[in-house]
Design a protein around this ligand. Structure first.
Ligand code: C2E
Ligand code: CA
Ligand code: CA
Ligand code: CA
Length: 279
């Protein structure tokens, strides 16, 4: 048993080394990803529940790695957050998303919002407000078509600073939404002090919404909370007609999910927009 235990240990140590090596190798490559133009954005349409119109899209980053293929964000965003690369990556995402959205308008598409995910590291950068306003000026996109997605945990542990920062962003005319809502810790007393435009119901509540009474109650409560706070609500991860009907019956404003479209490269998004007039 002893020898066996040692073998197991060696086995695990080897596994861990492989994992660490993998991470270091990715981290190393990530430093070059930006300069080599390997990051790309996919856009997932967001739909108004009642008119069926596309009213926005969420920008989701991917890494087109030269040998590993398309790498999803969960495999490199946390690495980028740990080593600080998330700052230039986040700025690139913001600029690219605004450029693409402005180009859609120039090409005659009906104006829609583009939502960009911010990481905690970006939110504590003193230069964030300046960066956002510079990018808006450079890309000439009107601020009301930019939405920034943040999470509860990013703002709840330093409420006063967050209120001040979010107010500055809000004054630029940019919209703010709370992503993954319901999964973090929110103080309801503070919630109404943040200049938030909409709550984004986390997809973990949506998945079993039609079959799990708890998830149904939570989702319904978040929608009711949004109404009480006079903010909008959007559900993510909507995959079925049942989920859609439940959300619609309960007054959710907007939806996003595979039921309508997965995240698309910009060219495919253009085709989607062109072929998707009001349903
Ligand atoms: P998120 O912000 O919660 O994004 C929603 C995720 O759900 C996306 O995964 C999207 O592809 C996926 N999704 C959309 N519709 C459905 C559906 O109907 N069913 C299911 N099961 N999933 C759906 P993705 O693109 O892999 O992104 C994962 C996470 O990576 C994002 O979660 C976000 O936290 C992070 N992320 C993505 N892009 C960026 C970025 O530019 N900056 C930062 N800081 N984080 C990003
Ligand atoms: Ca998001
Ligand atoms: Ca989310
Ligand atoms: Ca998330």
């Amino acid at each position: 048993a002893k020898a066996n235990g040692r073998n197991n240990f060696q086995f695990y140590a080897k596994e861990m080394n492989a994992e660490l090596g993998e991470r270091l190798s990715l981290e190393n490559d990530l430093w070059h990803a930006l300069e080599r133009d390997e990051l790309i954005l996919h856009y997932q349409p967001q739909i108004n529940m009642f008119t069926g119109e596309v009213i926005g899209m969420e920008a989701l980053v991917r890494w087109q790695h030269p040998t590993r293929g398309l790498i999803p964000p969960i495999q490199f965003i946390s690495i980028a957050e740990d080593d600080g690369l998330i700052i230039p990556i986040g700025e690139w995402v913001l600029r690219k998303a605004c450029e693409d959205n402005q180009q859609l308008q120039l090409d005659g598409f009906k104006p829609i919002r583009v939502a960009v995910n911010l990481s905690a590291r970006q939110l504590v950068q003193k230069s964030l407000v300046r960066t956002v306003s510079q990018i808006l000026a450079q890309t000439r996109m009107q601020p009301q078509y930019l939405e920034l997605e943040i999470t509860e945990s990013m703002i709840m542990h330093n409420v006063e600073d967050s209120i001040s920062l979010l107010s500055k962003i809000n004054k630029l005319g940019v919209q703010l939404s709370l992503d993954d809502f319901g999964t973090g810790y929110s103080s309801l007393a503070y919630l109404k002090r943040f200049p938030i435009k909409r709550l984004k119901i986390d997809k973990s509540f949506i998945r079993d919404i039609a079959t799990d009474p708890n998830d149904a109650i939570i989702s319904r409560s978040i929608i009711a909370l949004a109404h009480a706070l006079q903010v909008e609500s959007i559900a993510e991860g909507v995959e079925t007609v049942e989920q859609f009907e439940f959300l619609k019956a309960n007054g959710c404003n907007e939806v996003q999910g595979y039921l309508f479209s997965k995240p698309l490269p910009i060219d495919a998004l253009r085709i989607f927009l062109a072929s998707n007039p009001v349903r």
